[in-house]
Design a protein around this ligand. Sequence first.
Ligand SMILES: Cc1cc2nc3c(=O)[nH]c(=O)nc-3n(C[C@H](O)[C@H](O)[C@H](O)COP(=O)(O)OP(=O)(O)OC[C@H]3O[C@@H](n4cnc5c(N)ncnc54)[C@H](O)[C@@H]3O)c2cc1C
Length: 433
Amino acid sequence: MPASWNRLPRVRHRRLIEWQDRTAPLPDAGVPLLARGNGRSHGDACLNNGGTLLLTRGMDRLIAFDRGTGIVDCEAGILLGDLLRWSLPQGWMLPVVPGTQRITVGGAVANDVHGRNHPVAGSFGRHVLDLDLLRSSGGHLRTSSAEYADLFAATIGGLGLTGLITRVRLQMIPVNNDLMLTKGIRFRHLDAFWEINDGLGREWPYTVARIDGVARGRSLGRGWFLAGRHAPPQPAGTHLPRWRDQSRRMPFDMPSALVNRYTVRAVNALYYRAASLRGRHLQHYQSHLFPLDGLRDWNRIYGRRGFYRYQCVLAREQARDGIRILLKRIAASGQGSSLAVVKTFGDLPSPGLLSFPRPGVTLALNFANRGSRTLRLFSDLDDIVSAAGGALYPGQDVRMSVTMFRRGFPQWERFASLVDPAFSSSFWRRMNP
Ligand SMILES: Cc1cc2nc3c(=O)[nH]c(=O)nc-3n(C[C@H](O)[C@H](O)[C@H](O)COP(=O)(O)OP(=O)(O)OC[C@H]3O[C@@H](n4cnc5c(N)ncnc54)[C@H](O)[C@@H]3O)c2cc1C
């Protein structure tokens, strides 16, 4: 049975339909429909309890590519990783990539995903030129900011609720090669983090910080920055880093109890000390941008009970205080959160009505599922996020309240009027009880 990446919540689908033909009509299912990409969301936006899932991975053809302009036309089930392996040797890169390349183009649009380069590139949806949407009434529609503009805006970040995306036309960015210049910088506490964050500037368009989620006291907020930029052409004779897929598979579910404050503290401390994280390097894009893809099925580390992802964005003015208070509360809870990921969002607006990225700072953490203890912690975190003018990421959520959703996404009513009545999801029913 398809599940979300964090294996929560457990649901049962009535029917699964392998979708391969982008010109086929929608089935007359009698129960709500929902498209599914590669199931990399941490929550119930990709689940449809009691309904039908349209499994789109088989709809993965490349339709056209213009080498001169870098415009790619593809079906929605193609994986970002497959597009990259094909486009990079021709000098073109996806303008926005999240922390895994194992997601589909349809999933990237429907969650309007962001990467480490948000301040310079914005979210994925900004680079979509047009997309085809299959609706229960009206059939196939080509939508863009000029045609069916309302539907286009609702579909970007629209959590699959406006219909089935069958085809997407995207603008890529030119690069010299598949290498990145990278820089790692360690910081001992949160003030040092902000100092580096403010100083990095546009010279390093890809930046992410990992913060030790269990460090307390004077070490609160310690961690390291990883900054990167596309490499210039390399002189002949330079030794170039190559990439071979040496990914391993997590072969079994670990006992959930093994992910606890002691093991997490030990792993975080090891990471923090790792010398290889510091200094400048020339790296292959795969190892720099997608380190987690090196361990397939890593979600099994959290065991069968699964885990929660808590991802929020705080408004820029409130981010300094807000992040300090959040980290203090998390450290005090003793719930052994693993490394927290912090990224800055810039001012480039997202085109979607329900898009998560907005000017500010986003913080994402994974927590082992400890039942009501974990949920109690989250309701405290929600209060802090709300007080800081923030919002939670719907695509990575299983438990936010209706009030928090509506407050964080003030265009939800306009969005709701554009939802296809034949489509729904476990998330959407939770938000519309
Ligand atoms: C290791 C890891 C790192 C991540 N890092 C980031 C990050 O840095 N930034 C970020 O934004 N996200 C990140 N994510 C989350 C992930 O990128 C998103 O959840 C993404 O949307 C998953 O895409 P998917 O193809 O797996 O789609 P799914 O998870 O299967 O579905 C996601 C949504 O897309 C809809 N959908 C999928 N295909 C279609 C279609 N053809 N038509 C209509 N709707 C469709 C589904 O209905 C669902 O609502 C990360 C996830 C993991 C596991």
